[in-house]
Design a protein around this ligand. Structure first.
Ligand code: SAM
Length: 261
């Protein structure tokens, strides 16, 4: 028996109904599939039943990789590495369906990396990912809500996001202390072009630095009180950061980028 490693966020999904649900969300027959952190291979087995054309997995834990090799032989292309070190845009030329019951300690880092690294075209067809519920609530939050912030704005920039369901701790072993949520992401056809995503990160960081304060201070810090930008985007500086829409933040990042180029 393998002792689950807390440091690698190892909570293995064992609920058959949920495993079935996850793998029925989209057609996998003859598709290229990538699973992040296959662990003991529970979700992996369900994916294989759907006959993908090629199936890649990225797993950091060497011990689990040996088990996966024994269990699945050449049915999988196993990449024994840290997902944060991999450049998927180089690895995949055709669109991939991505699954991941993500290690919770790095789940937002993985998602942000994928969004920030996206080039002109998408390397994935969709992402089917499990997060800690509290993190998922921040990803899907709308403006004017307390969960709305940097993570929602960055996640919604190029992706449509649908919540599939919440999942109780009993669905995993070992049982985590928190609830989880399953999210489905797919590419947007249209989005505001920001050449350097660091500009969106910077704009949202500075605006949400003091989320209870009025917009005046962060706006002046970034735009030096530029009246033209204010008029163009019709921003009321007496509002708070959570009152601005997604679009306004993307436009602000676009304007910020233009001012600096
Ligand atoms: N998919 C399995 C399941 O649902 O039963 C396991 C999910 S478990 C929450 C997270 C998995 O990600 C573990 O197998 C863990 O070893 C792996 N992992 C953790 N950090 C990783 C990293 N940086 N790169 C790749 N895999 C990682």
């Amino acid at each position: 028996m393998i002792k689950p490693k807390k440091s690698l966020g190892q909570n293995f999904l064992i609920d058959k109904k949920i495993l079935q649900k996850i793998t029925s969300l989209t057609d996998l027959e003859n598709k290229i599939v990538l699973e992040i952190g296959p662990g003991t291979g529970n979700l992996t087995s369900y994916i294989l039943e759907k006959n993908p054309k090629k199936f890649f997995v990225i797993e950091k834990d060497n011990e689990l990789v040996k088990k996966l090799q024994d269990k699945f032989n050449d049915q999988l292309k196993i990449i024994n590495d840290d997902v944060l070190k991999i450049d998927e845009t180089k690895l995949f030329k055709n669109k991939v369906i991505v699954f991941g019951n993500l290690p919770y300690n790095i789940s937002t880092e993985i998602l942000s990396k994928w969004i920030v690294n996206l080039k002109d075209s998408f390397w994935f067809e969709c992402l089917i990912l499990m997060f800690q519920k509290e993190v998922a609530d921040r990803i899907i939050a709308e403006s004017n809500s307390s969960n709305y912030g940097r993570l929602s704005i960055i996640s919604n920039w190029k992706l449509n996001i649908k919540k599939i369901c919440d999942i109780k701790p009993e669905a995993f072993t070992p049982k985590p202390k928190i609830e989880s949520s399953l999210l489905f992401f797919y590419p947007k056809k249209n989005f505001i072009k920001i050449n350097n995503p660091n500009n969106l990160e910077k704009v949202t960081r500075i605006f949400f630095n003091q989320r209870r304060k009025m917009l005046k201070k962060p706006f002046n810090q970034l735009f030096n009180g530029d009246q033209k930008v204010l008029n163009k985007l019709k921003i009321d500086l007496k509002l708070r950061p959570q009152n601005l829409s997604f679009e306004t933040y993307y436009k602000l990042a676009f304007e910020y980028e233009n001012l600096r180029s």
